[in-house]
Design a protein around this ligand. Structure first.
Ligand code: GAR
Length: 200
């Protein structure tokens, strides 16, 4: 089957790019039907436009300005996305928490990529926090994971994990690069297996 993917981003979009490249190389049987960003200047939006993919900029600010609830934002966003009939919704650096008002519309279809192993470094700056924890000898290695999304941040059943070593000689930048390279591979591998399970 060719899966219909909606990819949600807030920034650089290197993981979105990995998906777009895998599709272009015919190593992922999917189509990105929409890229959503909550930030207007997210570089990922440009990556989407370069690949001829539709984009939706959907900021929270108008809702907070109008004193509309977060649930209203989530419900409206879900409605805009549902029109695209996604097979999966991939949170690839999406930095907003999604409530049940969004998640209940897409049961077991929303997956998140997080640059840490299950139960470790939930939330922002996970890479920096893992690097610091290594310097303090609190951890020996880190990793990344893909998990089903539940309202609790960076939690939910893990679908796939990969360890990422930290070396004594690593700068934060070295470790970050290794993390992102691993994430790109894990994301494509996981999507491929989720899509084949769905089709089979
Ligand atoms: C990735 O490292 C992803 O794991 C992380 O944001 C980065 C996005 O990079 N997500 C989280 O921290 C979620 N809590 P990208 O924009 O280059 O794909």
């Amino acid at each position: 089957m060719t899966a219909r993917l909606v990819v949600m981003i807030s920034g650089n979009g290197s993981n979105l790019q990995a998906i777009l490249d895998a599709i272009a190389n015919k190593t992922l049987p999917a189509e990105v039907v929409l890229v959503v960003s909550n930030r207007k200047n997210a570089y990922g939006l440009e990556r989407a436009r370069n690949a001829g993919v539709k984009t939706l900029y959907f900021p929270l600010k108008p809702y907070t300005d109008d004193e509309k609830s977060r649930e209203q934002y989530d419900a409206d966003l879900a409605e805009r996305i549902a029109v695209y009939a996604p097979t999966f919704i991939v949170l690839a650096g999406w930095m907003h928490i999604l409530s049940a008002a969004f998640l209940d519309k897409f049961p077991r279809q929303v997956i998140n990529l997080h640059p840490a192993l299950p139960g470790e470094f939930a939330g922002m700056y996970a890479i920096e926090r893992a690097y610091d924890a290594y310097q303090e000898r609190k951890i020996a290695f880190s990793g990344c994971m893909i998990h089903y999304v539940i309202p609790e941040v960076d939690a939910g059943a893990a679908i796939a994990t990969a360890e990422v070593p930290i070396l004594d000689s690593d700068s934060l930048e070295d470790f970050e690069k290794r993390m992102h390279a691993t994430e790109h591979q894990l994301l494509i591998y996981t999507l491929r297996s989720l899509i084949s399970r769905k089709g089979g």
